[in-house]
Design a protein around this ligand. Structure first.
Ligand code: PHE
Length: 440
């Protein structure tokens, strides 16, 4: 957190140079999806990210993410389905409107992509809750690309896709009768299914119902959330084949108490798959402040958000998250719109490891996510993994030295050592130019 704050103050000249050198825009502006936006001292969106904004993988026919979205939509067939909201949002909508505290780490420039102080790339689909509730929808799913600055490895990518789902009911006797009836229906359905659920109490002292909620109403709604999502887990993971449930090995789902600023009580769901518990989604009873802002204060309900890549990697056996972005026919032609199938790896090409050691400048903080964005910007999807292998502070000069090991590997072809060297040289000159590092 401390480090992230410091990044806010990196010199403007460095920030500007990075953006305007590689993006087709007037000086001091950045072009995103055909429009120009002013940059400022916190601008940190990179050309590599901007180039990916129009891709919309979740809307490409036969793409695994699209097929999975459709599967979830068909499970929630009586919900409204949305999937084309702009990723550019205000930090106010992404955070403040959803009751995030001022010091929440997600707000830091090291964690999120900012176009400028007033505009950012959404970090989660919950950003649209207020607008969708305000439009009068009381049951809806929303699929979208979300953006978070992160490390580089086989399961992290700065863009991923989420499905947000929500349902609200009238906060009165008639609404609660509807919930109770739905709960009875779902309970009956799940009782016959091959699923074992480890539950936690709906409401506890550490995971409380909200002050303005009748605890009985909150209990009913939390139960509806859990039943509804248990039945979704059965749709996604419960089928035979694909390593799901079998007669002697039922699907195992567990509920865990969680915390989100915009829900209470809050829960996470994990599914047991190939010997491990995998985190699938976050959820909870929607904070009344959200519904008040949306002008539906007389309602009460739940929301969840799940990550599509995580689930698709499991269901399709896709080993590296970069593959979703592949334009190689050997990847794309494997899939159809109709079904989830096991990915057939076509080849694994050799890795090319390159190390870089440097002294950082004391006045220009270099967060690990800054380093990773430089590498992604230069190498694109040719980078598979980045690890810090050394960090040390010189006792006399107080200077910090860092060493990173970058693993370059193409998913589609053999990468030559010369090509990897060329990329590595570009990474080094970008580090020198933007962060003033001194190579050792
Ligand atoms: N938006 C949360 C996330 O990205 C998930 C979530 C959605 C949690 C809806 C609660 C309710 O982690």
């Amino acid at each position: 957190m401390h480090k992230t704050r410091l990044s806010l103050s990196f010199p403007q000249s460095f920030a500007r140079r990075r953006i305007s050198s590689s993006v087709n825009a007037r000086p001091g502006f950045v072009e995103i999806l055909g429009a120009q936006y002013p940059t400022d001292s916190i601008t940190n969106i990179t050309p590599a990210i901007i180039a990916k904004l129009p891709m919309r993988l979740h809307a490409r026919p036969a793409h695994p993410l699209n097929t999975l979205r459709h599967l979830i939509e068909s499970h929630y067939s009586d919900f409204a389905h949305l999937s084309s909201l702009s990723p550019l949002v205000s930090p106010f909508k992404n955070f403040d409107e959803l009751s995030f505290p001022q010091d929440h780490p997600g707000r830091a420039v090291t964690d999120s992509y900012y176009v400028n102080r007033d505009l950012m790339l959404r970090t989660h689909t919950s950003v649209h809750e207020v607008d969708v509730f305000r439009s009068g929808k009381d049951r809806w799913l929303l699929t979208a690309d979300v953006y978070r600055r992160d490390e580089i490895d086989g399961s992290h990518y700065p863009i991923f896709h989420q499905v947000e789902g929500a349902r609200i009911f009238p906060a009165d006797v008639s609404g609660m009768k509807e919930v109770a009836e739905d709960n009875a229906r779902l309970r009956h359905l799940l009782a016959k299914a091959n699923i074992v659920i480890e539950d936690v109490p709906h409401i506890t002292a550490t995971n409380p119902s909200q002050p303005t909620h009748d605890p009985m109403y909150s209990e009913l709604v939390a139960e509806n959330l859990k039943l509804s999502l248990n039945s979704l887990m059965l749709t996604l993971f419960g089928g035979p084949g694909i390593g799901g449930a079998t007669p002697d090995a039922p699907l195992r789902v567990r509920w865990i108490e969680a915390y989100f600023p915009f829900t209470s009580p809050s829960f996470e769901v994990e599914v047991f798959f190939r010997g491990k518990w995998l985190e699938i989604l976050g959820s909870g009873v929607v904070r009344q402040a959200t519904l008040d802002t949306a002008n539906v204060s007389n309602k009460l309900g739940w929301a969840f958000g799940l990550g599509l890549e995580r689930i698709a990697m499991i269901l399709y056996s896709i080993p590296d998250i970069r593959l979703f972005w592949s334009t190689d026919e050997r990847f794309l032609s494997q899939f159809t719109d109709k079904a989830i199938t096991t990915f057939q790896p076509y080849s694994k090409y050799p890795s090319c490891f390159k190390d870089v050691s440097f002294w950082t400048r004391q006045d220009i903080p270099l967060h690990e996510n800054d380093f990773c964005d430089v590498v992604r910007d230069v190498a694109g999807d040719l980078v598979e993994d980045v690890k810090q292998i050394d960090s040390f502070c010189h006792p006399k000069t107080n200077r910090t030295s860092l060493c990173y090991r970058i693993n370059y590997r193409s998913m589609d072809r053999s990468l030559s050592n010369e090509e990897a060297n060329e990329i590595q040289l570009q990474v080094i000159s970008r580090l020198e130019e933007q962060f003033g590092v001194e190579i050792r």
